[in-house]
Design a protein around this ligand. Structure first.
Ligand SMILES: N[C@@H](CCC(=O)N[C@@H](CS)C(=O)NCC(=O)O)C(=O)O
Length: 246
């Protein structure tokens, strides 16, 4: 059985899941535990590659590492309309690079806010941990977050600096869409998926698409960017309602 190992609130995992679901690929989802599973993860990825999730494990086939590789794998084994039409591969790859940069900035915005919020830490624990036990696990949650901050060299999430870094990418998306439903003339593609997911700073997608606690939702939401790009938020939400199969 295929297993997607990921972090449920991460944009990268969301892109991989969207592509797998779009192509109706059957898989089991498993939450990754940073730090505790680092050694295991290192063994799964090619030498010299920085270990990260999402990772699609499907023995005897080699694991697909990274959201872009997993989306392409989904296209190779799944069904449904193509997300990577050959004529648009360069454009899709370019949108994915923009999305990677924005998601890095989004992580820099959200991680320090997560570290400062015991409510977010409590929301991140598995559901089976009862309320009275949650405070006991809070220090472990903080230790895991600090590990991720260090590993991915997450910089200071100052809201003004994040807005200045991200706004050009959002402006570029607004101009490229020009009020249309899809970025490319062939219809819905991975360019839309990767661009929609980078809008997480306007607030994560609705719970019916990507469930998360209210405090976690709040640490990802950037009020300054949300006020500037309501049209992109409406575009993202309509795209999700139409194309996010689960
Ligand atoms: N380019 C990669 C980036 C993935 C990435 O940065 N994943 C982070 C999400 S915070 C991760 O794995 N963090 C946990 C860890 O590295 O232990 C992709 O497209 O999947």
């Amino acid at each position: 059985m295929r297993t997607l190992v990921g972090l449920s609130t991460s944009g990268w995992t969301e892109k991989a899941r969207w592509a797998l679901d779009h192509h109706r690929v059957a898989y089991r989802y498993q939450d990754y535990l940073p730090l505790l599973q680092e050694r295991w993860l290192r063994k799964q990825v090619a030498p010299g590659e920085k270990p990260s999730v999402p990772l699609l494990v499907e023995p005897p086939h080699p694991a697909a590492h990274g959201s872009f590789a997993i989306a392409k794998r989904a296209e190779a084994v799944g069904q449904g309309s193509p997300l990577f039409p050959a004529a648009h591969l360069d454009a899709i790859t370019a949108w994915n690079s923009t999305s990677e940069e924005v998601l890095d900035a989004a992580r820099a915005y959200a991680m320090p806010r997560m570290l400062a919020s015991s409510r977010v830490q409590a929301e991140m624990l598995p559901r089976f941990v009862p309320g009275w036990l949650r405070p006991v696990f809070a220090p472990s949650a903080r230790m895991i977050m600090r590990f991720v901050v260090k590993k991915h060299q997450v910089t200071d999430g100052n809201p003004e600096a994040i807005e200045a870094a991200v706004a050009p990418a959002y402006e570029k998306l607004r101009a490229a869409l020009g009020g249309r439903t899809y970025l490319l003339d062939t219809g819905f593609t991975y360019a839309d998926v990767t661009a929609a997911v980078m809008l997480v700073l306007l607030g994560p997608p609705a719970d019916r698409h990507q469930p998360m606690g209210p405090n976690t939702r709040e640490v990802w939401t950037h009020p300054g960017l949300t006020a500037r790009f309501p049209d992109l938020l409406a575009w993202r939400d309509a795209l999700y309602d139409k194309h996010r199969r689960t």
